[in-house]
Design a protein around this ligand. Structure first.
Ligand code: SAH
Ligand code: SF4
Length: 385
């Protein structure tokens, strides 16, 4: 018998096509999609208003397969980090960041990353594989429904998704787009396009495709105003240099749900944090677009990890850098570091999973331990039997 299909792999159109293959009408697919994503159901028998004939057809052919959880850590500030097992000794992470007016989930798109940025522990880990659409969506599916139970609410908890976990989302484009569509669809998670952000190190042709296929908010990891320095920090810059990247960003704005691009800039002591770098950024932004490129800057204090050889810029220098940009009319914020006590901050996601041998050992150990006895996650891999 064929392996059952994971229904988390489908956006609504994909699920409709799958159901059509079973001789079922589109509205049945919509019902099924709502059960899975809006109600967190994994067991077809639970889907009470779904025709018995469809439930029978799904049995054995399909399943709703979440990701096994290796660990869950909750920070003092309410941030929760999950480490998911994606097989073959690989693990990926998702982080929930609660704020007064929103709940943000940071999601991974790949196990490891091939871009290899100097300051990123995922980059140092190397590339293992692309996540499937189902594995990308499973992080949201699990987190949303876990959090509703955890917080005792029937309301939606996650209002924003940022593709800022492990991996370069635009190097996993074909799996990313159906996942984004599921996040956005009213019968799925119903998230606003403005509240779903793809963060990229600058894969120019895929930014152009995203503008056509599924425009969502865009964050670009810039980190340097000059090609030589950027190529050193973000090797992909050799392929898609700064001017080309910024021209593409300008073009993206025509279809973007927000009227600005967010530039992320990781502040590295003595590397990219001098006043001259800020001045060069201002000149760069002014050179692009009709009246300068509409953008905001988000300065990220570097989160150190062993063997990076890099140091976080002192806070006064970060603030002075931000002031220069702000004074030039570029809205600039400094990212608050959240979940520091559980290593959930940017670039720390893979902090303790760099060595896959160690991951395997940890996994073996942790599978046998209940990490949060009072609120152990619900079983996540549930095939209909
Ligand atoms: N690959 C994508 C998305 C994942 S990285 C990208 O590069 O945009 C998400 C953000 O975390 C990026 O802006 C990245 O530059 C930043 N980041 C990576 N390592 C970091 C570290 N050690 N300290 C601070 N920010 C880091
Ligand atoms: Fe990959 Fe982003 Fe890390 Fe660079 S910063 S190595 S693109 S995950």
């Amino acid at each position: 018998m064929n392996t059952p299909v994971n229904l988390l792999d489908f956006d609504l159109d994909g699920l409709a096509a799958f159901c059509e293959g079973l001789g079922e009408k589109r509205f049945r697919a919509t019902q099924l999609f709502r059960w899975i994503h809006q109600r967190g159901a994994a067991d077809f028998d639970q889907m009470s208003d779904l025709a018995k004939s469809l439930r029978d057809k799904l049995a054995g052919r399909a399943m709703v397969a979440g990701l096994p959880i290796i660990s869950q850590h909750e920070s003092k500030d309410g941030t929760i980090k999950w480490l998911f097992d994606v097989g073959g000794g690989n693990a990926v992470e998702a982080v929930f960041i609660p704020e007064d007016d929103r709940g943000t989930l940071c999601i991974s798109s790949q196990a490891g990353c091939a871009v290899g940025c100097r300051f990123c522990s995922t980059g140092h880990q190397g590339f293992s594989r692309n996540l499937t659409t189902g594995e990308i969506v499973a992080q949201l599916w699990f987190a949303e429904h876990f959090l509703r139970k955890h917080l005792g609410t029937g309301e939606r908890v996650i209002s924003n998704v940022v593709m800022m976990g492990m991996g370069e989302p635009l190097q996993n484009y074909d799996r990313l787009v159906p996942a984004l569509r599921t996040m956005l669809h009213d019968h799925g998670y119903g998230l606003s396009r403005r509240r779903v952000t793809v963060s990229t190190s600058g894969v120019v042709p895929m930014i152009e495709r995203l503008a056509r296929d599924c425009p969502v908010a865009l964050a670009v990891s810039l980190h340097a105003p000059m090609d030589e320095l950027r190529s050193h920090l973000v090797p992909l810059n050799r392929k898609y240099p700064i001017d080309e990247l910024l021209r593409t960003c300008t073009g993206y704005l025509a279809s973007a749900p927000r009227d600005f691009i967010t530039f992320e800039y990781c502040m590295l002591d003595g590397v990219n944090d001098a006043p001259e770098h800020a001045q060069a950024l201002i000149a760069l932004v002014r050179r692009h677009g009709a009246e300068g490129l509409r953008c905001k800057f988000n300065l990220i204090p570097f989160n150190p990890f062993p063997q990076s050889g890099l140091v976080r810029s002192p806070l006064p220098r970060v603030l002075a850098f931000g002031k220069l940009l702000n004074d030039a009319g570029i809205v600039t914020t400094v990212r608050k570091t959240r979940g520091d006590d559980i290593d959930a901050a940017c670039g720390q996601l893979a902090g303790d999973v760099q060595d896959r041998t160690r991951v395997r050992e940890r996994m073996a150990r942790q599978r046998t331990v209940v990490l949060h006895p009072a609120r152990a996650p619900a079983p996540t891999r549930k095939a209909h039997s």
